[in-house]
Design a protein around this ligand. Structure first.
Ligand code: S3P
Length: 199
């Protein structure tokens, strides 16, 4: 059995051989600092559980016809933040989707309110050293582009911590876990909070 089939079987989802039916009648909204694995975990949830994935950064970038860095440079951060808010409102129509947010999306209270209307908010966390390793060679994160070091990341993370934690329905620590373990934790905790699995 492959890892995906194994995980479905462990969760008691049919014989595990293929994804079946919608797991949730709401959305899983992944939040967390840059580099905590939102995109990777979303694609594993898609592969294992056949959930649709909405990558907010990617949609905004496609609609604007430019990279996130270019949007920040050309229009400024508030413009990008408004685009995030508008997209979250639009996404109320969906269910059983994974919404992978940008790292700053939950900083606005109105965004968190939108996420919770039709979704469970899952916070992914990682140590600053882990984040640094994951982001060090990418160049599309304007807020850290000129400060890619562990202490800047740790400071920004600390400034955001209370907002992230206040938004979260479920918190998952990702350090030293593979993507299947993380997805198992997410799905188990989400189902348990619906009363569908023992906590
Ligand atoms: C941001 C995180 C980025 C992107 C933008 C701003 C932030 O998304 O939305 O650069 O404020 O933390 P990722 O978390 O996917 O890198």
């Amino acid at each position: 059995m492959g890892k995906a089939e194994n995980l479905r079987a462990r969760l008691g989802l049919g014989d595990g051989s293929s994804p079946s039916g919608a797991l949730f009648d709401y959305n899983l909204v992944l939040i967390g600092f840059m580099g905590t694995g939102k995109t990777t975990i979303s694609s594993t949830l898609k592969r294992v559980f056949a959930m649709d994935v909405i990558e907010m950064d990617q949609i905004i970038s496609e609609r604007e016809g430019m990279s996130i860095s270019e949007i920040f440079e050309k229009y400024g951060e508030p413009y990008f933040r408004d685009a995030e808010t508008n997209l979250l409102i639009e996404l109320q129509e969906r269910k059983n989707a994974v919404i992978s947010c940008g790292g700053g999306t939950p900083l606005r209270d109105v965004n968190v309110a939108e996420m919770k209307k039709n979704g469970k908010v899952i916070l992914l966390t990682a140590e600053p050293e882990t984040v640094f390793e994951r982001v060090k060679s990418s160049h599309d994160r304007p807020l850290i582009e000129n400060n890619k070091n562990v202490s800047f990341i740790a400071d920004l993370m600390e400034k955001r911590r209370s907002k992230y934690e206040a938004a979260a329905d479920i918190i998952i620590h990702t350090d030293h876990k593979d993507e299947y373990q993380i997805c198992e934790e997410i799905v188990t905790k989400a189902l348990a909070s619906d009363g569908c699995l023992p906590e």
